[in-house]
Design a protein around this ligand. Sequence first.
Ligand code: SF4
Length: 61
Amino acid sequence: MRASVDEAACTGCGLCTDVCPGVFVMDGDVARAKMSELPETLEGCAEDAADGCPSEVITVE
Ligand code: SF4
């Protein structure tokens, strides 16, 4: 699976980095994914972050 953030639309709320710090990191005022290809162990939390993102700008597929 892959994770990505539409950084142009991210509001920088920090939810994803709280929910899944193994995948998401704040980069200035926005979040980004640390890696594109997710290890299996992090897929669940990446999906939880995507589900919780209030701006719906995280794609995990
Ligand atoms: S949860 Fe969504 S809006 Fe909030 S920092 Fe992460 S990607 Fe940005």
